[in-house]
Ligand binder design. Sequence first.
Ligand code: ADP
Length: 609
Amino acid sequence: MEQDKKYPVLQNLAYCIRETRKAYPKLLAFCLLIILLNCLVPVITAFLPKIVIDGITEGQPLRRLLAVTGGLTAMLAVLSGFRMYLEKLVYWNKFKMNAHFLRLITRKGLTTDYRNQENEHFRTLQNESFASCNGNFSYYAQIYDTVVLFFSNLLGFLAFAGILSTLNPLLIVFLSLTALVSFFLNRRISKWIEGNRDEKAGYEHRMQYVVSAADDVRAAKDIRLYRMAAWLDGIYEKNLKGLLGWYRRYTAKLFGVAAADSALALVREAATYAFLLRLALKGNITVAEFVLYFNAVAGFSAWLGSMLGQITGVQRLNQSMNRFRSYLEYPEHYLREQGKPVGDLKTPKRIELRNVSFRYEAGGKDVLRNFSLTLEAGEHLAVVGLNGAGKTTMIKLICGLTEATEGCVLYGGTDVREYNRDEYYRLFGAVFQDYSILPVTIEEIVAEDDSENADPDRVKQCLEQAGLWDRIASLPDGIRSRYDKAFWDDGINLSGGEIQKLLLARALYRQPPVVLLDEPTAALDPVSENRLYETYDKIMNGKTTLFISHRLASTRFCHRIVLIGDGRILEEGTHEELLAKKGRYYELFETQAKYYREDPGEEADRDEF
Ligand code: ADP
């Protein structure tokens, strides 16, 4: 497993500043201004009464007093107003940074080595990263608030420490100590929340599950037929009780800490004010200074308390930032531009799996073990085997989506790992069971490109070969029909079988030398399936094909069949040879065939029909 990044706070801060400078530099200037104003406004507020009292005691004329007080108050009003304006600007513009971070994550997700996408740790990091950048209240939107608050606190703390140091540095020590005790008291709450977070999340998660089941149309049938409503309601109630219990315990904890914290604040204020009063009464400080220090003591404690209180938040943000960067910096191993050019992208070359062993996770089970297989150029190979035998994995290895743990895959005699992987992918037209279709026009889906770049004649030809042309031609917009009703008001929906045909047309459009089909007929009706088999030779003429199917009868049109199981080839040969062998293939074929076999007379009737 890849080690997660562990950058210290300052390095992550520098990273955020760099990214903000790249994407939205104004935000940095806004944040900096807010920090300065956050410090300046309280400092002026603390000095204002002192200045006024000094003026009065010095017997300054009313006009001058009014001018100074009015000027400072007006300045405070302007500065506070400006700060509010900046805060609104930051609030509404944080989404630009969210969008920037989301784009980085999306780009990584789209381009990362495919094998990373199959790695559980990578996927966890990916999910967390997406969750932490989503929305204006997301984790990363908080970075700016947190950083602004932290530096405002720091600057304010230094400014007020400066004011108090002119009185007695011991006062700073005393106030700092009480703030520390208060911090540790409050940390008990954060620790309690941290320790009990999973319990709360569990209740919420299960309640959310019930809520989402209620409006899930797919679940609606089962919920009714299997009378699951009362059961789900019970789950909700049980977890709601659990959640309320959690909050009760939390409130009790909070109350204890709040009481102790208030008592501490009382002691602190009483002691410092008694100290200040004593100094004032002895004449060591003037009334104006008393007011200034009075304000400074309150301000100092508040700044320090807030700064200490932020530590846990900053640590959590830093951890999340490290997870985010671990995802973005997750190592990529496949060669791209640095790899060898593939050369001819039209004529197939020999494909060889040489002593390949493959495991999905280190220490996991071998899906393929010391597996060797050669596909000659232009050969049609069928691969059969039980579920989980490793057939799809084999396809992913051949087309370079994933790589052998041991051994190697060769194309035209060269290890696939040496090629420019992006170019290598262009050799394959593949139809996987788990597919993705963008909500664009049929033409764009088949051509995998904008309609300006698509060749409509070729699109038509591929749809014909895949057996979908009649359906598409009958639509008012033909190949310009947009797929997915959920996306477009005038969009079209396709059945499972029609989607398989569309995927086949897409695989054919790129005129690949190698076609890889993973159960491409599973959702086809028998007529369409039969038609595909009949035309298979013509469609796939001159191409290397690998065809995975559970319907053993469908393998007849392939030159060779391999049966795999236990991570290795169990049997291989033509359909007839394998039947004659009376081995595993024969057993599988017989098991399947007996359900199809009918009375010959009946079959004749049906044929006539
Ligand atoms: P088949 O196509 O023959 O049904 P697969 O190649 O899909 O088999 O899967 C072979 C084995 O590898 C199965 O045991 C399956 O559970 C496991 N497997 C498949 N994909 C993954 C994955 N992404 N992560 C971990 N294990 C996987």
